[in-house]
Design a protein around this ligand. Structure first.
Ligand code: A3P
Ligand code: MG
Ligand code: MG
Length: 381
């Protein structure tokens, strides 16, 4: 039979007779004190060029340039003739991050020296920030489920997303308007970012969404040691800026807010996603371009990530950061309890659909394998 796992039931005697098979996602179950979340430390970075080639450096870093006057950025400009779109049908899984790990094994602090032979990297989890963002927002998500594949190798659990059937259908049936609106966020980045520390933005250039700059951070959530990477939009240029990730800026676009209802929806839905994405890697500020229906940015607003929890408190029955973080912590405990066998060819597939519990299935040598042989060979050598 199936037993829903109670959050934090590490002392639950029933657990000794077999690990739980599902994890509940009800938000009320995660309303406890905020868990320990250590200040994320940047341990490195990497870049992907216009062909998605990996470079173990910051060549794709961009610099935020505050618009001088009231902006009038036309986000539709260049969509038909100066846009190269990354092929989102190509699944890269953790490959770029794994390349970074092989090139930087010494950068990863292994404080647990005594067991360094059994836990090669000295971290419990390796994943993308974007995957963790989805876990954080799960107790509040009502539309989109997820699939997360997990494999243990060298004592570390790697987590890589698998596209759901629903997500694939959505991706393959987007309207022309949706396709164009996905371009707007990148166009906004081009209006506000320079390639060099003393440069100016070039809105006449090509927007190529293959290019990316990624930070790699290490942190700890409760008793889970995490290593994850996330794409960073830009950094501030001030000479006295704090070290990364505190100098990073997340850029966002959103529809301008005209009514109390729109403001409430912005707080309830958008700020949840924005907060989760930036809080995880320790990105302190979000610069939002507010645009009209025709894709013209009419104003800019800077939001401090740390102020978001205060901003939303006026909303009735709103989301809570503590629920997100406690759920994430309990999900990672659940994953640890399930993913027992250390074998890169064994995948535990965690599945979640809105209004359901998290469940899992086990697959050996299947289509879900995601730890490449080149990585296994190199890390073992
Ligand atoms: P906006 O978020 O400003 O709309 P990010 O902000 O995470 O760096 O992403 C950059 C842009 O990619 C987004 O800018 C948006 O244009 C596009 N994008 C990212 N995730 C998306 C998603 N799930 N659906 C549609 N567009 C997305
Ligand atoms: Mg980005
Ligand atoms: Mg952004």
């Amino acid at each position: 039979y199936k037993r829903s796992r109670e959050p934090s039931d590490d002392h639950n005697p029933h657990k000794r007779h077999g690990a739980a098979v599902t994890l509940a996602t009800h938000r009320q179950m995660y309303e406890r004190n905020f868990p320990l979340y250590k200040q994320p430390v940047e341990v490195g970075c990497f870049s992907l060029d216009s062909h998605r080639n990996f470079f173990n450096d910051h060549r794709q870093m961009r610099y935020y340039v505050q618009p001088r006057k009231r902006p009038e950025f036309n986000l539709r400009d260049g969509y038909t003739d100066r846009f190269i779109k990354r092929d989102d049908g190509v699944k890269e899984r953790l490959d770029h991050l794994l390349k970074w790990i092989l090139a930087n094994r010494d950068q990863i602090q292994n404080r647990d020296k005594t067991s360094s032979s059994s836990r090669v990297l000295g971290v419990d989890f390796v994943t993308w920030r974007g995957h963790l963002t989805k876990v954080l927002t799960t107790p509040y998500e009502t539309h989109e489920g997820w699939l997360l594949a997990a494999s243990k190798f060298g004592g570390t659990i790697y987590i890589s997303e698998v596209e759901t059937e629903a997500a694939r259908t959505d991706r393959e049936s987007r309207s022309e308007r949706q396709e164009e609106m996905m371009y707007w966020g990148y166009k906004f980045e081009q209006y506000t970012c320079a390639d060099d520390v003393d440069g100016t933005p070039d809105p006449g250039g090509v927007v190529n969404t293959n290019e990316a700059f990624c930070t790699v951070v290490q942190t700890r959530l409760a008793d889970h040691k995490l290593l994850f990477s996330g794409e960073v939009d830009c950094r501030v240029t001030d000479a006295d800026a704090p070290p990364a990730p505190a100098c990073y800026v997340e850029l966002k676009t959103s529809a301008e807010i005209c009514t109390p209802k729109q403001r409430s929806n912005f707080h309830r839905y958008k700020l949840l996603k924005w907060w989760a994405q930036s809080f995880l890697p320790g990105v302190p500020q979000i610069v939002a371009g507010l645009r009209d229906h025709d894709g013209v940015v009419v104003s800019m607003e800077t939001i401090q990530t740390s102020k978001i929890s205060q901003l939303i408190k006026k909303e009735f029955n709103c989301w809570k950061p503590t629920v997100c973080m406690n759920f994430c912590s309990d999900f990672l405990s659940f994953v640890k309890s399930v993913v027992e066998e250390d074998d890169p060819r064994l995948v535990y597939l965690f599945a979640w659909d809105p209004h359901r519990d998290v469940s899992y299935t086990v697959h050996r040598d299947s289509q879900y394998n995601f730890i490449p042989e080149w990585y296994v060979k190199e890390l073992r050598s």
